[in-house]
Design a protein around this ligand. Structure first.
Ligand code: NDP
Length: 258
């Protein structure tokens, strides 16, 4: 028996990176998968690959998580195509790394619009149905920035702290209706986001080496390693895990200092 057999799942920002890895993993475990993604072309390409490799039912829907109507539309499309949404993964996120006092108002707003409002918009779109049916699992992709601070990375950690707060608040609010809300806090995971950050540094190769040197396992994580945890939290293997966060960082956040 596959671990997500016949579950209808919706994953935001699933065209690439961690979201795409989660979509692949869910499809392999028998889920019907909806890729709710800003860049519809990327989403369609990923959807085709998933279909070809797994035979799963897959749908790509153009979605901007900063707009509640857009997320609501994605949920309606999912319901029409496959039925009620059993699992939501709020994965879409952006890095906004600034110095607090020179940051523009626009940087503050776009960070919160995607990284926190986007998560709430997803939750709000699926919760009424989940509450009514008395079943559901929401997995929010936070970050180790949700409880650790690196100077110069403002306001991303502020928004990610908010994702943990939202996870805990909603997890408790809807626990009596058997709706679980959990988070995953990835450390460094090799995706476009990570490469973009290295490439912004004066010496990208040196920045990458410095990142690897900081890791207890001397490597950074793979998107598939986050996806395995998402499968677990979304599945019926985690029925009593709620309002919490699982860290996937190879132990890095346990280090006091280097
Ligand atoms: P990527 O940038 O590789 O992928 C993010 C995806 O989200 C992209 O496809 C992007 O689309 C999409 N997206 C961005 N904005 C929106 C939006 N408004 N609406 C819908 N989709 C959107 O990032 P990662 O895979 O690395 O990150 C995924 C999540 O994991 C994020 O929440 C991130 O904060 C978190 N994370 C990542 C870590 C890492 O090391 N990689 C570490 C800790 C947390 P488009 O390409 O069109 O912009």
């Amino acid at each position: 028996m596959k671990r997500l057999a016949d579950k209808v799942t919706l994953i935001t920002g699933a065209g690439r990176g961690i979201g795409a890895a989660i979509a692949f993993a869910f499809a392999r475990e028998g889920a019907a998968v909806v890729l709710a993604e800003l860049d519809i072309e990327t989403a369609r390409q990923t959807a085709e690959q998933i279909k070809a490799q797994t035979g799963a039912r897959v749908l790509a829907v153009q979605t901007d998580v900063t707009q509640s109507a857009s997320v609501q539309h994605a949920v309606s499309e999912a319901e029409q195509a496959f039925g009620a949404v059993d699992v939501l993964v709020n994965n879409a996120g952006i890095n906004v790394f600034c110095d607090p006092l020179t940051m523009s108002d626009d940087d503050w707003r776009r960070c919160f619009a995607v990284d926190l409002d986007g998560v709430w918009n997803g939750c709000r779109a699926v919760l009424p149905g989940m509450v009514e049916r008395g079943a559901g699992s929401i997995v929010n992709i936070a970050s180790t920035h949700a409880f650790k601070i690196i100077p110069g990375c403002f306001p991303y950690p502020v928004a990610k702290h908010g994702v943990i707060g939202l996870t805990r608040a909603l997890g408790i609010e809807y626990a009596p209706r058997n709706v679980r809300v959990n988070a995953i806090a990835p450390g460094y995971i090799e995706t476009q986001l990570t490469h973009d950050w290295w490439n912004e540094q004066a010496d990208p190769a040196a920045a990458k080496q410095a990142t690897l040197a900081l890791q207890p396992m001397k490597r950074i994580g793979r998107p598939e390693e986050v996806a395995m945890t998402a499968v677990f939290l979304a599945s019926d293997e985690a029925p009593f895990i709620n309002a919490t966060c699982i860290t996937v960082d190879g132990g890095r956040s346990a280090v006091y200092h280097d």
